[in-house]
Design a protein around this ligand. Sequence first.
Ligand SMILES: *Cc1c(COP(=O)(O)O)cnc(C)c1O
Length: 373
Amino acid sequence: MSRDAVESLLVEKKHKDLSYKRVLSSMCTYPHEIAAYAHNMFLESNLGDSGLFPGTKEMETELIRMIGALLGRENVYGYLSTGGTESNIQAIRAIRNRRKRAGLREMNIIVPETAHFSFDKIADILCVDVKKATLDDALRVDVNSVEELIDANTICVVGIAGTTEFGQIDPIKELSAITQENDLFLHVDAAFGGFVIPFLAEKDRYQFDFTLDGVSCVSVDPHKMGMSTIPTGCILFRENSYLDELEVSTPYLTTHGQSSLTGTRSGASTAATFAVFKYLGQEGLRAIVTECMRLTRLLVQGAKAKGIRPEIEPVMNVVTLSIDEVDRAAVALKAKGWEVSTTRKPKALRLVIMPHVTEETVKLFLEDLVDVI
Ligand SMILES: *Cc1c(COP(=O)(O)O)cnc(C)c1O
């Protein structure tokens, strides 16, 4: 095909994709302009063979410290992954390998009922039993349920700082106490919340990071609220030795070993994350979260004024509305051009107020919502 023909084919396919404008179902958004710029500049960079790309490697090293500092501890160890799924797999793989070396054969982990579906993949790939703890009235994990599930084969407890469906934050401080008492690994899945909670006005209410001594590992996704490009996740361990549990030797590369799950690994998304964090700084990220939260409150107030109740008072920029026949409402909203999603239990309409959402969008959505109901 000619260059022109390929280009017009691309344009045709691009037109079929949705713009994020009326997407209220996704935790992704447009990357920041400077992230796209940096991504493009480092397209060929491969952190899987980082000896060839020492400049990109420096950016990753600095990012680990920057993100660690934001999450309560500059002195952490990790790498930039492809997202929350890889980070969760690696967290559980690290502790599984350690306990396997110590001779444990049957192993289980305890996750909240609200855990992301990546834990279903983990059960399959890592051959650990995934036990689900029940929730309290506010849809946080019930710590009594977690304690009851702990047995001699338990290796890890997972807490979620920003659940995918409800945007709720588990009581990580209590989980930290329980895991310290029982000598268990505590993984905090902050894929979505890690770049939201530190910037909330009420952040002191939600301790969730390395400031809690029991927290062994935190995962957070720059490609969600970090305004970076896809694919970028980040996994951070309190102790360097957990990276050793993940390491395999890489005889023909510029490095001796590799702890990441993927082999070839995008340096472009690392450059994108580095650029956007340097450019925005914590103040810039805070401004984005503050605006998302303002629009979240506006949406909830508007819904309440029409007699529609939120499932929980929003903690972050995720709104869940209690609506009768919610599946039919979702279909009707889609017919009006909105992308919305629903939760499983309790069943509700789920809306994520990402940085691409504007006040105008919220107002138009509320009108259509009232219409549909
Ligand atoms: C999005 C999400 C994940 C998965 O992240 P991917 O980047 O989609 O792999 C894991 N956990 C939570 C809490 C999430 O919100």
